[in-house]
Write a protein of this length. Structure first.
Length: 219
C-alpha cells in the first residue's frame, strides 16, 4: 500500500482500514504515522477512536453486525499496541477506568463483552471481572483500580437484585461522588435503574458508551 505524507490522509486511511477490520493494515499505517511525526494522542483520537465511534454508530443503526464490530475492535487493538508504550511513556491517560462484569449468579457475558469492546474503542481502560461477580468484588475492584465507573450486566431477572446490592455498597462506602454505576442487559430498564439508584442505564452497547462518557465528564 502506498501511504501519503499528508497527516489527514494517513489518519483517514487508518480509520478506513479499521472500519474494514484490516488489523495488519492498521498496525502498519499506525507505525507509518508515528514515523511521519504524528503525535500518539492525535493518532489515537483522530484515527483509532474516531473510527470506532463510526463503527459504534453503524452498529447502533443496524448497518453492521456483531462480527463486523469484533473485526474492527481487533484492528483497533493492533493500532493501540503500537501506541500504548508511547502513551504510557508520555504520561498520556486513557479517558478513564471502567470496571465491568456480569452480576452474581449470571453466567452470560456476550453483551458485557461487547460493551467492553466498545468502551475500549472509545478510549477507556476496561477492567473486565468476567461473569458471576459478587457485589463486593465490583466495589473492591473499583476502589483498587481507581475506576470512575462500575458497569453491571444481567440477562436473568433473578440476578438483577445483585445490581441493587452493588449500588448500595458504593453508597455505604461513601464512594458515590467518585464512582458512578451503570446497569444494562435484556431484562433491565431505565425505570429499574432509577429504582435502585444507579447513575445510568445503557439499552445497548453503543448507548452504554455514550452514558459512560457522560458520567466521566460529570464534575
Amino acid at each position: 500500500m502506498v501511504i501519503g505524507s499528508d497527516d489527514v490522509g494517513i489518519l483517514d486511511r487508518i480509520a478506513e482500514e479499521l472500519q474494514s477490520g484490516a488489523d495488519d493494515q492498521v498496525a502498519a499505517l499506525t507505525g507509518e504515522a508515528l514515523e511521519q511525526g504524528l503525535a500518539p494522542r492525535q493518532i489515537l483520537d483522530s484515527g483509532l477512536i474516531g473510527a470506532m465511534e463510526v463503527v459504534g454508530e453503524r452498529f447502533r443503526t443496524h448497518e453492521i453486525f456483531l462480527p463486523d464490530v469484533l473485526m474492527a475492535a481487533k484492528a483497533m487493538y493492533a493500532g493501540l499496541d503500537k501506541l500504548k508504550p508511547l502513551l504510557v511513556k508520555d504520561g498520556i491517560p486513557m479517558r478513564g477506568k471502567i470496571v465491568v462484569g456480569s452480576v452474581q449468579g449470571d453466567l452470560h457475558d456476550i453483551g458485557k463483552n461487547l460493551v467492553g469492546i466498545m468502551l475500549r474503542g472509545a478510549g477507556f481502560e476496561v477492567i473486565d471481572l468476567g461473569n458471576d461477580v459478587a457485589p463486593a468484588s465490583f466495589v473492591d475492584a473499583a476502589t483498587e483500580q481507581s475506576a470512575a465507573v462500575i458497569g453491571m450486566s444481567a440477562l436473568l431477572t433473578t440476578t438483577m437484585p445483585a445490581m441493587s446490592q452493588v449500588v448500595e455498597l458504593v453508597r455505604e462506602r461513601g464512594l458515590g461522588d467518585s464512582v458512578k454505576t451503570i446497569v444494562g442487559g435484556a431484562p433491565v430498564s431505565a425505570d429499574y435503574a432509577r429504582e435502585i439508584g444507579a447513575d445510568a442505564y445503557g439499552f445497548d452497547a453503543a448507548n452504554a458508551v455514550e452514558r459512560v462518557s457522560a458520567l466521566v465528564k460529570q464534575p
